[in-house]
Design a protein around this ligand. Structure first.
Ligand code: 1HN
Length: 356
């Protein structure tokens, strides 16, 4: 608390002022100086707690939902992750939602669309697919797929596949905060697949090559799937050729290949590799992020708390929280997937960063 600073409110209560506040209250009004220091903090004050959710704790519960509810009844079988400071808005951190969804082979959820943007990151199982606006996308471990705002989408697992678990990431809390969320069910249960399977990868995933002959005017990336194998290969080559960031190691952002910008207007994503034995310096920045360890093990220190993670554990970093990461192994890489609200923070001119 900084008292008696010029320009900051510092008014003591008197019986007269208390009566005045009560009168204003009856008029649905208030005196700004009673709340000014709270609504205008010196720096961001996140209500989100640094958190980690261990896959070993959650996996059995996720699988149990297979026996407890049908996809028809539940809509989808998802165990969502709750930040104790963000329970009221169903956020895992800041304005980001995340959950673990499970599906059996041969199951398919009904097609729908909403104003929230979403992504999935595949954790385990074979045969998962998503259909987005008529594009069928096959999915394997550590692949991630976009279901941007307003696109018809449905998820399924082929009959020849195995039980699949993936992480959903959505901006529902943000879109609800903006009071702008619509949800619609597709007139048919399933959309028709109207393009060759995995066509967006064939067209848009070529390294450093732009396709010609098409046009694209949507605000999200035309590439809908970002596969693990080329991502990991790129990270390893980057990590071997350059120091990367002292705060993040070798971190690469997933981009819209046509613009180099974020994959969606409200959700950004990245994958970072920590070399064997690498430990980063601490920094903090505005914007919230949800992480999943895609490979290896290590720890992060977030707002002074240490979290030891290994493959499939999920943790979050609240806005403006100091954080640093370390790879636990002297011989193996550690790789972290993240999604974040940086596109929103940046487009509103709110990005700030500070290094230790
Ligand atoms: C949604 O559409 C999916 O498509 C998953 O699988 C989780 C959570 C809230 C709102 C919509 C999906 C969701 C969701």
């Amino acid at each position: 608390m900084r008292e008696n600073v010029a320009g900051r409110a510092n008014v003591e209560d008197t019986p007269e002022l208390e009566a005045y506040y009560a009168e204003l209250d009856t008029l649905d009004a208030g005196a700004l100086w009673t709340v000014a220091n709270t609504i205008e903090p010196w720096e961001p004050v996140s209500r989100s707690h640094p958190m980690m959710w261990r896959y070993a704790d959650l996996r059995g519960h996720v699988l149990r939902s297979l026996d407890l509810v049908t996809p028809e009844r539940a809509g989808r079988r998802v165990v969502y992750l709750v930040n104790p400071g963000r329970k009221d808005v169903a956020a895992a951190v800041g304005w980001l939602y995340t959950g673990l969804q499970v599906m059996n082979p041969g199951e398919q959820a009904s097609s729908h669309r909403h104003s929230s943007s979403a992504l999935r990151f595949i954790m385990e199982g074979e045969g998962a697919y998503t259909v987005v606006d008529g594009h069928k996308i096959t999915l394997g471990r550590n692949d991630f797929v976009l279901t941007p705002n307003g696109t018809w989408h449905e998820h399924g697992v082929s009959a020849e596949g195995t039980t699949c678990i993936w992480q959903d990431g959505l901006d529902i809390p943000l879109v609800n905060a903006m009071e702008a969320n619509f949800f619609e069910v597709h007139p048919k249960l399933a959309q028709e697949v109207s393009f060759p399977v995995d066509d967006t990868s064939a067209i848009y995933a070529a390294p450093a090559l732009h396709p010609t002959g098409g046009s694209w005017d949507k605000p999200h990336s035309p590439l809908l799937k970002y596969e693990w194998a080329p991502t990991y290969d790129s990270l390893r080559r980057y990590a071997a050729a350059a120091p990367g960031s002292p705060y993040d190691g070798a971190l690469m952002r997933y981009v819209n290949p046509l613009t180099g910008g974020h994959v969606m207007p409200t959700i950004g994503a990245a994958m970072q590799l920590l070399r064997p034995g690498e430990a980063t310096k601490a920094h903090r920045h505005t914007g919230s992020a949800v992480y999943q360890c895609a490979k290896g093990s290590g720890h992060s220190i977030i707002a002074g708390q240490r979290f030891d993670w290994s493959e499939r554990d999920i943790f979050c970093i609240p806005s403006w929280a100091w954080h640093q990461h370390a790879n636990a192994s002297a011989s193996e890489d550690a790789v972290l997937f993240q999604f974040n609200d940086l596109p929103v923070i940046e487009s509103l001119g709110l990005y700030r960063e500070e290094g230790a």
